[in-house]
Design a protein around this ligand. Sequence first.
Ligand SMILES: [Zn+2]
Ligand SMILES: [Zn+2]
Length: 165
Amino acid sequence: MANRVPAAAIQQYSQEHLREVLNTAGRRLTPQREKVLSLFQNLGPGHHLTADDVHHHLKQAGNKVSLATVYRSLKLLVAMRLLDEGEWQEGLRCYELRQGGGKVHHHMVCMRCDHTEEFVSEVITAASRDVSKVTGFELTEVRLILRGICRRCRQRSKAAASTLS
Ligand SMILES: [Zn+2]
Ligand SMILES: [Zn+2]
């Protein structure tokens, strides 16, 4: 899961843009929150990081931020709808940049190596709308996490089995 980020990349973002986003959301732009958000912005959509990953990246780039601060910043950025979060596995939360334009995507997660594939599905969207209609819910979020064993892990265990026999 740890996507490697060159330390230099962390500097390449528009401070002005971030400030605007955070000010619009009515929150104070603390350097820590800015650093956490800009890390995701530099990586771009489709990168899924745990709090530990974020902490690791920031430390690598020379930022002294505690893990507790990272957790707090992530929680806040989710509340501000700048990041999305999902429970990849029990007790393992992943965060990613929220994608604009109402684009809904889902995740297939490998239980062994955390490899993640994103996918979109009109069928799931339509089914969610049907269910919300029937139950009288106003639909606010459609996010599905499917779990399984990825191709590479399956091939690895097949190879291991054949060397044993
Ligand atoms: Zn995603
Ligand atoms: Zn795997």
